[in-house]
Design a protein around this ligand. Structure first.
Ligand SMILES: Cc1cc2nc3c(=O)[nH]c(=O)nc-3n(C[C@H](O)[C@H](O)[C@H](O)COP(=O)(O)OP(=O)(O)OC[C@H]3O[C@@H](n4cnc5c(N)ncnc54)[C@H](O)[C@@H]3O)c2cc1C
Length: 387
């Protein structure tokens, strides 16, 4: 079969890839979008939490993509001290199945050719500078390739990126959907401590109508085969006894520095594949939506009408990412390194002092300022890390 030819090939139809395909297609580029799965967005492998500002900025305030509104969060320390943060901007729990599905449909509607059940098995650069993407049945040619194949990111390796993660730069997660009528539907709850989730945290994110996404992540250095699942089952037994549990899965979250460079010749790396994830919370949806759109627009603008590529223009993708979120993500990496060196006794001390604050005055910046003002030695340590 003859190879199909496109301007831009996008590999992976998660939020990063779909946004890239959608925005490139809207600029009338010939785009193909591949996913190895027959349906995108299922099973949901995500807590589905997103902050209000990110939701407005990157999901266009599409309320039909939300399941539930959250108005406060609670942090539970290793010994059970509860700190309520009652003055947060609203956040949302998304419906990823709907959001991911809609984004793919919108990309197709904008003109992208969608190839589901199409795993890309190899990508290589040809003599004329274009890219050949192979799937088991067909070969596709494109002038630019956008790699959005998620945390495993095998495809990036064909193009010269080293996307292998060190153990300390990955959280191994176990997660599920539960139904439990007693879950407070307005509050996200986070649990920290070496017995609950060593080097990570456990979460309960309510989705409305008695449902919640529940999961935990363990740092790779403290994990072993089956440990995340074992910890999750123990956590469910203790915190939500008798809950009905569905869709228990395991997966990884990269908590690594974002990959540099993000652009190699005519190839752009986006989303989890590029490690564009907040290293403290593990949140990556907003980064993927932002980076995907930026990569799609940049790629489309770099394509000349005769099919030529202005490679210098492609560098804008990395520059804009760095300006908007790159530095923020670098700080989250430094903070993660710092948190990894703390122990349960330290987390309990911090929680005990924060628990004295009136919940309605507590927001996330205040958690940081209060922590540092009550523990001045921390400031010195942090200054060394961030300096
Ligand atoms: C347990 C867990 C909880 C999380 N909770 C949150 C949260 O609450 N909030 C938040 O903001 N973030 C959360 N995240 C992170 C968030 O899910 C990711 O950052 C986001 O999905 C990344 O989007 P993406 O498009 O880069 O990758 P993905 O969503 O992983 O999409 C990658 C796509 O590429 C496809 N693919 C892979 N390889 C190939 C191939 N060779 N050929 C074709 N297709 C391929 C896959 O099938 C997939 O559809 C969580 C992650 C996990 C694991």
């Amino acid at each position: 079969m003859a190879a199909l030819t496109y301007d831009i090939a996008v590999i992976g139809a998660g939020p990063a890839g779909s946004m890239a395909a959608l925005h490139a297609a809207r600029l009338n580029r010939r785009v193909c979008l591949f996913d190895r799965n027959a349906r995108v967005g299922v099973p949901v492998r995500c807590g589905e939490g997103i902050g209000f500002r990110s939701f407005i900025a990157h999901a266009g305030n599409r309320l039909e993509w939300t399941k539930n509104k959250i108005s406060r969060s609670v942090m539970v320390s290793p010994s059970g001290i509860r700190v309520t943060i009652g003055n947060i901007d609203e956040s949302y729990i998304l419906d990823r199945e709907k959001m991911d599905g809609d984004l793919v449909r919108e990309a197709a509607h904008a003109g992208a050719d969608l190839f589901l059940s199409t795993p890309v098995t190899e990508v290589r650069r040809t003599g004329d500078g274009s890219y050949e993407c192979r799937s088991p049945d067909r070969t596709f040619c494109a002038s630019i390739v956008i790699v959005a194949d998620g945390v495993e990111s095998r495809i990036a390796r064909f193009l010269g990126w080293n996307t292998a993660l060190s153990l300390s730069d990955v959280e191994t997660c176990a997660f599920c959907r539960v139904t439990f009528p007693l879950i407070d539907q307005e509050t996200c709850v986070f649990y920290v401590g070496s017995t609950v989730a060593p080097g990570g945290y456990a979460w309960i994110f309510p989705r409305g109508k008695g449902e919640a996404n529940v999961g935990l992540g363990i740092n790779g250095t403290k994990s072993s085969a089956g440990r995340a699942k074992e910890c999750l089952l123990k956590f469910l037994d203790k915190e939500l006894p008798g809950a009905s549990v569905e869709n228990l899965h395991c997966g990884g979250v990269p908590v690594a520095r974002w990959v540099r460079p993000l652009v190699r010749d005519g190839a752009l790396l986006v989303g989890d594949a590029a490690r564009q994830v907040n290293n403290i919370s593990g949140a990556g949806i907003h980064y993927s939506l932002f980076a995907g759109k930026l990569a799609g627009l940049t790629a489309a603008q770099a394509m000349g009408s005769n099919g030529s590529v202005d490679y210098r223009l492609l560098a804008r993708y990395e520059n804009e990412w760095k300006k908007t979120y790159g530095k923020q993500q670098d700080r989250s990496y430094a903070l993660k390194e710092f948190v990894m060196k703390t122990d349960d006794a330290f987390l309990d001390r911090i929680a005990a002092s924060l628990a004295k604050e009136p919940p309605e005055r507590m927001n996330y910046p205040r958690v940081f300022t209060r922590t540092f003002s009550r523990h001045p030695l921390l400031l010195l340590k942090a200054a060394r890390l961030f300096g």
